[in-house]
Ligand binder design. Structure first.
Ligand code: PLP
Length: 390
């Protein structure tokens, strides 16, 4: 479907393969291998003269192919690759493209930091880390040997926003490829490829999966940029299972409904928290007093379902507040139907030294929420009762 349909239509229809039985959506082909009518027919596929199904770990499976067409279209990409996790997608991309060095801008998911700081380092590929407050050093850092620039926007946990267009422009001048982790924003709120990024990575475990019941990942970009990643995915065995691919397609059909609802609810909750006397700071890109609001308005269509606060109390009282919440469940993930609460110091940033936490402005009074599908008034009532106890 190459017409310029809207995102909701693409979420429902893109990539769907109806099979011969009239199924309205792609059936699950759980076969690990596919049979051929002759050796010639097999060789035509093996040697690339014809597109066909061959072996599921290679991605040559109709269910996985359908999913990848849908993933590409929703991120406005020429092509996409599905993976068994977000980290699988991210690591395969970096291993395929990074030879000289990688620059990670801003806060990133803990697993990403560990991969860059430990596994990549063990291959003698250096990783450089630049905070938002140090962004003026970007051109001088890029003049070092860097071939990949990686960042999340909005970031975890402070929902900082990076200017995708401006960073891509500078990175391209230095011949570096730009990879944006669009997990928090989703294609409903932001399309990094349209803003100049070269590749998008998703932990599809989060909003794309949307139900806290699958682990998956995705890369979206041009055929040229994804082509070198194919053999890494194949030989590291990072393929998504057909059953999970089918569940992910099921979930993407409702992506824009879910995310728009989460945007709406998170904004209302952020506005309510912003006026609460026991809250010191609300980190939410949709609030006009948030320092990155103007930039967020420029590059985002909505502000997302994630929000972080700093309570006007010490770390001990903050734990008490978290433990008193009833509807919000204490868990580190995000993007599902149930609202979740987590403290960066106990999960995503657990293990960072006191000095590093200070440098990143992450405190024991900081609490992160993933807003789910519950009634907004019920979530506010839950926050109110827990805040009243501290
Ligand atoms: N990127 C972000 C922003 C994440 O939050 C996560 C996981 O929490 C990942 C990547 C890694 O994804 P996965 O857990 O699917 O491997």
């Amino acid at each position: 479907m190459k017409t310029k349909t809207g995102l909701s239509t693409q979420c429902v229809h893109s990539g769907e393969f109806h099979g011969s039985e009239g199924s309205p959506h792609t059936p699950i082909f759980n076969s690990t291998t596919f049979q051929f009518s002759s050796t010639k027919a097999l060789l035509d596929v093996v040697e690339g003269r014809k597109q066909g199904n061959l072996y599921t770990r290679y991605g040559m499976n109709p269910t996985i192919r359908s999913l990848e067409t849908k993933l590409a279209e929703i991120e406005k990409a020429e092509s996409a690759m599905a993976f068994c996790s977000g980290m699988a997608a991210e690591s395969a991309f970096i291993l395929a493209h990074c030879r000289k060095g990688i620059l990670c801008i801003g806060d990133a998911y803990g697993g990403t930091m560990e991969f860059l700081g430990q596994q990549l380092k063990s291959l003698n590929i250096p990783a450089f880390f630049l905070l938002n407050t140090e962004i003026d050093k970007l051109p001088s850092l890029l003049s070092r040997k860097i071939d990949v620039v990686f960042f999340e926007t909005p970031t975890n946990p402070k929902l900082e926003i990076f200017d995708i267009k401006a960073i891509s422009k500078i990175a391209h001048k230095h011949r570096a490829v730009v990879c944006v982790d669009n997990t928090f924003a989703t294609p409903v709120n932001q399309n990094p490829l349209l803003l100049g990024a070269d590749v998008v990575v998703h932990s599809a475990t989060k909003y794309l999966g949307g139900h806290s019941d699958i682990t998956a990942g995705a890369l979206m970009g041009s055929k040229k940029i994804l082509e070198p990643v194919l053999s890494w995915r194949k030989n590291l065995g990072q393929m998504i299972a057909p059953e999970v691919a089918s569940l992910l397609m099921r979930s993407i059909r409702s992506l824009s409904l879910r995310v728009n609802r989460q945007n709406e609810s998170a904004l209302k909750i952020a506005e309510w928290l912003n006026k609460h006397p026991k809250i010191k700071i609300v980190y939410y890109p949709g609030l006009p007093n948030y320092p990155y609001h103007k930039l967020a308005r420029k590059q985002m269509a909505g502000f997302g379902g994630m929000l972080t606060i700093e309570v006007n109390k010490d770390a001990k009282s903050t734990v008490k507040f978290v433990d008193r919440l009833k509807l919000f469940k204490i868990a580190p993930s995000l993007g599902g139907p149930e609202s979740l609460v987590t403290q960066p110091v106990t999960t995503t940033h657990h293990g960072l030294s006191a000095r590093e936490l200070k440098r990143r402005g992450i405190t024991g009074s900081m609490v992160r929420f993933s807003i789910g599908f519950e009634d907004t008034k019920d979530l506010i009532a839950d926050l109110e009762q827990a805040l009243s106890k501290i």
